[in-house]
Design a protein around this ligand. Structure first.
Ligand SMILES: Cc1ncc(COP(=O)(O)O)c(C=O)c1O
Length: 478
């Protein structure tokens, strides 16, 4: 595929036209940037936000976008199931590894999502949510990741099953099965096949270079052991084929060998009812993003019908574990341009009051791109610039030195605020929550926005780290 240059913001020197929509959740009105229907400059200009005007930098958590995403995915599946006359259900699970913050899990669980987890503290989170009545008895809790014999995670999964009864361990490795058998707890069980990549047929899936999932022969063995165990029932087949997959045909083709294995297993083990394609659902990290979600879902259901028809078995319920898709768009980081510098570098520098590399480490580490737009002065001329973080690290810049992406920001820099968008999945956890960061920069304050039943915004303010917290964390007693 030809390499294209990602579009990370406004790419012209002219002002952004009034009411311009950058994508489905970012737009320009009266020179201000709106996230959904929220004028972001309200954070820095006063009412109605409590504690405002806020000082920058700030992390924005905008929960309505999580709800919208979950509802939209359900809508696309409902439509496709009806149109295709698909005789199975769709089950949305949230992959908590993308962002395990309390407000995120609370929102996914109250918006129709089942739950997926992958570590022992994840189990503790599920337990806390159960105690609060948010993880209700109808919710499946999928357990992925390595559940080594005797590990805290494996034991914690058993404990959660005693309390919740709907935990589905997805077997990564044959060695995980004895713990489940030995527990004597009734379990619906999944088997995960090694499946990353695009493989022309079922026999070539084994060639995948991945530490996740079992080779084909072991999938069959696992199914056999599960079937032979009175307390275990095989209900789910799992194959995840990649991440941020933006080509609908490629995504469907990657899942096709897995669908065939599902159908073969189903012939022998009728208790199997769920096909879980894991994560990989793409999101708009940049503005040139396009993906036909409804088209992909229609293709996937049609392929499942075709293959299950060939094997004369019922079509599966489709399960997805949506991490990035659920949470990427709800998170933004906002900085203020504190100074500009023209030192005969190829482009003028705009210096912000925070760090790009500690806030979104994958920009620096793997050259990732995210949407970057001003919050104000959108109705004024723009120029091409480079952003520099406040750390003294030469890599704390955006775009990265190797990137061909172009960043344009307003020429007017008086009280100019700049936001990074689509950073709500993984960045928060990769950057670390609290703790000590590069160049001892404190963590920014957070503002959590939701909507009440009447559609009015609600606000929660979480103060940033104090100097004393950072110093104590590093062993200085203040
Ligand atoms: C087993 C499993 N499920 C789901 C996900 C979430 O993937 P995504 O963020 O692409 O939705 C991951 C991500 O690594 C994963 O390993």
């Amino acid at each position: 595929m030809p390499m294209t240059t990602p579009i990370i913001g406004w790419e012209q020197t002219t002002p952004v036209p009034e009411d311009h929509a950058f994508n489905h959740f970012l737009s320009n009105h009266n020179g201000h940037l709106y996230l959904d229907d929220f004028d972001l400059m309200q954070l820095f200009e006063g009412s109605p936000v409590p504690n405002s005007p806020l000082a920058s930098p700030a992390e924005l958590v905008y929960l309505p976008l999580i709800r919208q995403r979950i509802q939209q995915m359900h809508g696309w599946f409902d439509d496709a199931i009806r149109q295709q006359k698909y005789d199975g259900r769709f089950l949305y699970t949230y992959a908590s590894k993308a962002n395990a913050a309390e407000e995120v899990i609370r929102t996914t669980l109250t918006s129709g999502a089942h739950h997926e987890m992958s570590s022992t503290i994840d189990v503790d989170i599920a337990r806390l949510m159960r105690q609060r009545g948010l993880l209700t008895p109808d919710k499946m809790v999928l357990s992925n990741g390595f559940k080594a014999y005797g590990s805290n995670y494996a034991n914690n999964v058993l404990q959660l099953q005693r309390e919740h009864g709907r935990v589905i361990p997805i077997v990564e490795d044959l060695s995980e099965i004895p713990t489940l058998i030995g527990s004597q707890l009734p379990f619906d069980v999944g088997v995960r096949q090694k499946s990353y990549g695009n493989h022309p047929d079922i026999y070539q899936m084994d060639a995948a270079d991945s530490r996740f999932g079992m080779r084909l022969e072991d999938v069959w063995k696992a199914a056999e052991y599960i079937e032979a165990s009175p307390n275990l029932t095989l209900t789910m087949y799992h194959c995840m084929v990649g991440s941020q997959l933006t080509d609908t045909a490629d995504f469907t083709d990657r899942l096709t060998p897995g669908l065939e294995i599902y159908a073969r297993l189903k012939q022998r083990y009728p208790s199997l009812t769920m096909f879980n394609f894991g994560g990989g659902m793409p999101i708009p990290m940049t503005l040139d993003f396009t993906f036909d979600y409804a088209g992909f879902i229609t293709q996937l259901l049609a392929r499942a019908q075709e293959i299950c028809g060939q094997y004369n078995v019922a079509v599966p319920d489709i399960v997805g574990e949506f991490g990035r898709y659920t949470t990427a768009e709800h998170g933004a980081h906002i900085f203020k341009v504190i100074t500009t510098k023209d030192n005969d570098s190829p482009l003028p520098w705009y210096i912000i009051d925070g760090s790009i590399m500690t806030s979104f480490p994958d920009v620096w580490a793997i050259g990732e791109h995210f949407i970057c737009l001003p919050l104000n002065h959108l109705d004024k001329p723009f120029q091409q610039v480079k952003l520099g973080g406040i750390t003294c690290d030469s890599d704390d810049i955006y775009p990265q030195a190797s990137s061909t992406a172009q960043l344009f920001l307003p020429v007017e820099t008086d009280e100019l605020y700049v936001g990074f968008f689509s950073v709500g999945a993984y960045q928060e956890m990769l950057g670390g929550v609290r703790g000590s960061k590069h160049c001892v920069l404190p963590e920014a304050q957070e503002i959590i926005i939701d909507k009440d039943a009447n559609g009015y915004h609600t606000y929660e303010h979480v103060p940033g780290q104090s100097a004393a917290e950072v110093l104590n964390n590093l062993g200085y007693k203040t």
